[in-house]
Design a protein around this ligand. Structure first.
Ligand SMILES: NC(=O)c1ccc[n+]([C@@H]2O[C@H](COP(=O)([O-])OP(=O)(O)OC[C@H]3O[C@@H](n4cnc5c(N)ncnc54)[C@H](OP(=O)(O)O)[C@@H]3O)[C@@H](O)[C@H]2O)c1
Length: 348
């Protein structure tokens, strides 16, 4: 089955994804899945559309898509993301999919929410690695997708390619999820481990920025916003919380964490930034907070950039899934697994 794809956002994740599509072509063919990228949009680096299919892996080597004209085929112009989605919607196709990987706006979820709505209105299934739509507008978007008999999938939004949403949806039928707790932000876990070893807070942050672990503007991570967005996303999907990241009680890292992390370690415990949400009757308790964990807690043993999530359910009790190291390839793989899920749902 040929599936036509529009990529809205063409940065690190999307570029790795188109390479993975090429690397996985044989495996996908065995699943009767032939992906054809027909449109790509960025904000400031050009946009292209060709109903006959783009050489996406070649485009992934260019810094600006405007430079593609003539180099990778005819009919390349510079449409907006909205125009690309409209053109995708008008295509005769077995299935249309938008893959959304624009930047996260933790307050509003935009522009990703608008992209998701436009794709659904155009009759396209949606895959996103962007936390925004799931953290800020999950119920509305999921209902819209369901009403149109389309998929809205988001495996890459939390813990890269580690299958957490798939784990619950595909392998825990009829289970009741009571809540979850996890170490879900790599930068802050890496920072806390460095502080335990005696590194100065400012020096550790500068070193991590130099190593590419922390962003140039690390506030999204160290202030707990990234973790709050992930907590909101999981609470919305599993607990029907209908919250946004702003509703998550939030604590971040400060220079004072160094003394606290070392004191905890001396006492045989470890200081971790925990993202958690639990249902208490009609109430949802959602928070990001620093906690001193006993050494045998499965979240206490995580070093460096490792993440882990403990999901509490009936009848399974506590299930823990760990990501030893993250990376772009894993997020790209999450997009691929969502694409395969859509193919499977289409049957035949
Ligand atoms: N990097 C990871 O390992 C990772 C892991 C999990 C989830 N994610 C999530 O995946 C998403 C993408 O991450 P990334 O690392 O690939 O980001 P990135 O390298 O900054 O790329 C973002 C892309 O989105 C484009 N964009 C921004 N606003 C747009 C708009 N209004 N219309 C069209 N395109 C727009 C950008 O275009 P310009 O370059 O022209 O501005 C760029 O192509 C983010 O939401 C991130 O939180 C990333």
């Amino acid at each position: 089955m040929r599936i036509h794809i529009a990529l809205i956002g063409f940065g690190h994740v999307a570029r790795r994804f188109v390479r993975l599509l090429d690397e996985s072509r044989e495996a996908l063919r065995a699943l009767d899945l032939e992906p054809v990228v027909v449109g790509i949009a960025t904000r400031r680096h050009g946009a292209v559309f060709d109903a006959a299919g783009l050489e996406a892996h070649t485009l992934a080597t260019l810094s600006n898509l405007a430079a593609a004209s003539g180099a990778v085929g005819p009919a390349l112009d510079s449409p907006t993301a909205a125009e690309i989605l409209q053109r995708l919607g008008r295509m005769r196709s077995d299935a249309r999919v938008m893959i959304e990987t624009t930047v996260l706006n933790v307050q509003s979820g935009e522009p990703a929410i608008s992209h998701v709505r436009a794709a659904l209105a155009a009759g396209a299934h949606v895959i996103t690695a962007n936390k925004g739509p799931v953290a800020c507008a999950y119920r509305r978007l999921a209902d819209d997708a369901e009403a149109r008999r389309l998929s809205f999938l988001h495996e890459g939004a939390v813990m890269d390619g580690i299958p957490i949403f798939n784990l619950v949806r595909e392998t825990m039928p009829a289970a009741t999820i009571h809540g979850f707790r996890g170490v879900i932000n790599s930068t802050t876990n890496h920072m806390l481990c460095a502080l335990e070893r005696g590194e100065d807070y400012a020096a550790a942050l500068v070193r991590m920025q130099a190593d590419g672990v922390a962003e140039a503007d690390p506030s999204l991570d160290v202030d707990g916003w990234d973790a709050a967005a992930k907590v909101a996303a999981m609470a919305n999907v599993w607990l029907d919380a209908r919250i946004t990241p702003a509703a998550v009680a939030r604590e971040g890292l400060t220079p004072a964490c160094g003394d606290r992390a070392r004191a905890a370690l001396r006492a045989g415990r470890r200081l971790k930034l925990i993202g958690a949400a639990f249902r208490d009757g009609a109430r949802i308790d959602a928070r990001v907070s620093l906690e001193e964990l006993p050494a045998d807690d499965p979240l206490a043993i995580l070093d460096g950039q490792a993440n882990a999530l403990e999901i509490q359910s009936t009848p399974l009790g506590r299930v823990v899934i760990t990501e030893r190291d993250g990376g772009l390839e894993k997020t790209a793989y999450a997009l691929l697994t969502d694409l395969v899920t859509i193919r499977r749902r289409l049957g035949r």
